[in-house]
Design a protein around this ligand. Structure first.
Ligand SMILES: [Zn+2]
Length: 354
């Protein structure tokens, strides 16, 4: 035995991931199987409440749960604190997050605060946060990735998800594709900075990206089958973060570029869309096959250019120059100094992003 061995880690995963047509109706059954009893709260939004919240509510009430609903808005710290206060009054045993990213992000935070489990019920698939241990919360107007908790279960109803705007699904697919450069960055940090890596997490993250890249031609609007193809990689991508204990396998230089764009041109592209374009750019810098990434995004119908993201060329180039400053402790292909203006302009032009 190696006496000096002292490694230890904790990996928390969802216990049951229910995905497919009409699975929303099994919400009550799933909660019973987890041993939940008594009071539960559905945290949802105005539109998502009608879309899926009512179905979840009916299914749970049918199984004898005492259910309440709280409607909330954007994933800000203010809204999170408000929901925490409202929940405290009802003393729930569990929470159901029914909605897009923001409702799930808020519920993750509330669940940690109240120390109770929650179920993730996505109504759109815009990014890989459905089952990840991190919540994206706006603090003082800026999005922060905060350590929260993973859902005990996921209920991903492809019928409901296929009714969400297709742009969300395309954005979610692009977010999974971005694992490609995130992994290259992590490997680079391992070689250059001796940063520890998890080959297990890398294998999972790589596999999810490959599923989307290999099936890019089958991911189309108005097709429930597309949701079926994309939703599992989106969920499992979050699991890769749990295995790694960090967002490293799913977030590298392409995410730093996206966050820089959020600062320079806020509210234009969706998170996954921006990360997809970032993946084209960072693939080029890594000397990888950026055209493969670009073609897959084109197949899916996700943006591949500044114009597609609805941002000015100049803003995109400035975001490239700024990207390395976003998360200086995370070593990537951008290095310590990042790109200078001329290199950023050339990079964007060569890859047809501007
Ligand atoms: Zn992402």
């Amino acid at each position: 035995m190696d006496e000096s061995f002292s490694k230890a880690k904790s990996m928390v995963f969802p216990r049951n991931v229910l995905a497919g047509h009409g699975v929303l109706e099994d919400s009550g059954e799933l909660c019973l199987s987890f041993g939940f009893r008594g009071t539960g709260i559905i945290i949802t939004g105005q539109t998502t409440s009608g879309l899926a919240g009512n179905k979840v509510l009916t299914s749970l009430v049918d199984k004898g749960f005492d259910m309440h609903s709280i409607e909330t808005g954007a994933s800000t710290m203010e809204n999170t604190e408000k929901v925490i206060e409202e929940c405290k009054e009802l003393d729930p045993r569990f929470l159901m997050a029914v909605g897009g990213g923001s409702k799930i992000d808020i519920t993750k935070m509330v669940a940690v605060h109240l120390n109770i489990p929650f179920i993730s019920v996505p109504t759109s698939a815009a990014h890989d946060g459905i089952a990840s241990p991190r919540a994206s919360i706006k603090v003082d107007g800026r999005s922060k990735s905060i350590k929260a908790t993973v859902p005990m279960g996921v209920i991903a109803d492809t019928e409901v998800l296929s009714k969400a705007p297709y742009r969300s699904l395309a954005s979610g697919c692009a977010d999974v594709i971005s694992n490609v450069t995130a992994i290259m960055d992590w490997n680079l940090a391992s070689r250059l900075r001796n940063e520890p890596i998890s080959t297990f997490a890398i294998t999972i993250a790589e596999m999810t990206a490959r599923v989307i890249l290999d099936n890019s031609k089958s991911i189309k609007p108005n097709l429930e089958e597309s949701v079926w193809i994309a939703i599992r990689p989106l969920i499992v991508s979050g699991v890769a973060m749990s295995v790694a204990g960090t967002s490293r396998p799913t977030s590298g230089s392409e995410h730093m570029f996206s966050h820089a764009l959020d600062i320079i041109a806020p509210g234009k592209g969706m998170h996954g869309e921006q990360c997809g374009v970032g993946t084209i750019l960072m693939s080029y810098l890594h000397g990888a096959d950026w055209q493969l990434i670009r073609n897959a995004l084109l197949d899916i119908g996700a943006p591949t250019s500044a114009r597609g993201l609805g941002v000015e060329d100049e803003d995109l180039i400035n975001a490239l120059v700024m990207a390395h400053k976003i998360r200086p402790e995370r070593y990537t292909i951008l290095g310590d100094k990042g790109l200078n203006l001329e290199a950023a302009q050339r990079l964007a032009a060569v890859t047809k992003v501007v």
